[in-house]
Design a protein around this ligand. Structure first.
Ligand SMILES: [Zn+2]
Length: 340
């Protein structure tokens, strides 16, 4: 009887599982009043739940989405068909309760192609705050993915309807053009390194080395170097609020805005020597208070109690021949003190 089963639309390149499932269900309804998940309240509550190690189901993972079995039966699709199209994430990701980044140009392109905006997996990756395809910083929706089954539609509509939202997105691309371009190059360089490292099974460590640097660069001691707009809607409708030393270090990267991740990547690239102080100095008109040399960044971090010992102990866990402390330019005294 298989021939009578409806033909399921193919997912687009890099489309997320939940985006595809919502799209299929809107064309061929098999679940009425779909609830893939339920709202968990404001992000602050979710923060504290996460700090207490609460686990949130990830509806973009095949083994965590409860509706996958129903789709398999209805459309007669196999596990291997699904696994091929929706592989496991290949990079450290933003946890499901904090996801809200999107690329407006990708939304537009998919809207033209299939009549619905779609979401992409690459937007979850912590070390990819730029769209791979359009090379623009991702935007942060005021709509949270976890609260809406039709997240892509809601985010698309809010992009057009919310006062000044689109204008702010355009401004981010224009005002920080030079820094965006340097940070994008760092994202691309890391991507290449990660692919190289995957041959020896070290891609996770390469990614985590960068994530760890980015965590340190998000420390409040460096916030004066970020554009103010990077702190808008940090953690949903709540204003920015610190979570305490360890909470800040580990959590901020997840709930931060995409622009904050752009800056964390930018400063990490300076400290790695990927962006020279000469290049960074030329961008000062895009933000006069941003540190532009490795020495300046190390000295700011050195004045913040606890951060360097935490940073070095974490970085040592993820050293590889691709990214390591030895090849970084670290002031001698700091190197001796932390045995780096
Ligand atoms: Zn895009």
């Amino acid at each position: 009887m298989n021939s009578t089963k409806p033909v399921v639309p193919e997912p687009l390149a890099d489309e997320t599982l939940s985006s595809w499932m919502w799209r299929v269900n809107s064309q061929i309804p098999i679940i009425s009043h779909v609830r893939f998940s339920s709202p968990e309240g404001e992000i602050k509550n979710r923060d504290s739940m996460e700090l207490w190690a609460e686990r949130f189901e990830d509806r973009d993972l095949l083994n965590e989405n409860v509706y996958v079995e129903l789709f398999k039966k209805t459309f007669n699709i196999s596990q291997s068909w699904l696994s091929e199209r929706f592989p496991e994430f290949s990079r450290p990701t933003i946890p499901t309760q904090f996801r809200r980044a999107f690329c407006s140009q990708c939304f537009m392109a998919s809207f033209e192609q299939v009549g619905t905006p779609i979401s992409k997996v690459q937007w979850f990756y912590l070390t990819k705050p730029f769209c791979d395809l359009h090379h623009i910083p991702l935007h942060d929706s005021s709509i949270f993915f976890i609260n809406h089954d039709d997240y892509t539609i809601q985010a698309f509509v809010s992009y057009w309807d919310e006062p000044k939202f689109k204008e702010n997105c355009d401004a981010i691309c224009d005002v920080w053009r030079m820094r965006n371009s340097l940070a994008l190059k760092a994202q691309q360089r890391l991507h290449k390194l990660t692919r190289l490292a995957s041959k020896s099974g070290q891609s996770f460590n390469v990614q985590m080395f960068m994530v760890t640097l980015m965590r340190a660069m998000m420390s409040p001691a460096l916030h004066h170097g970020y554009p103010r707009i990077a702190f808008h809607h940090w953690g949903g409708s709540d204003p920015y609020a610190g979570l305490g030393f360890h909470g800040d270090f580990y959590q901020e990267i997840y709930r931060s805005t995409s622009l904050a991740r752009v800056y964390a990547l930018y400063f990490s690239a300076i400290i790695l020597g990927w962006i020279t102080s000469e290049q960074a100095r030329k961008t000062l008109h895009e933000g006069y208070f941003s540190p532009w040399s490795t020495d300046a960044i190390w000295s700011i971090l050195d004045k913040t109690s606890g951060i360097l010992s935490l940073l070095f102990s974490e970085l040592k866990l993820y050293e590889t021949s691709y990214l390591n402390l030895k090849s970084m330019e670290i002031p001698k005294l700091i190197r001796i003190r932390y045995d780096a």
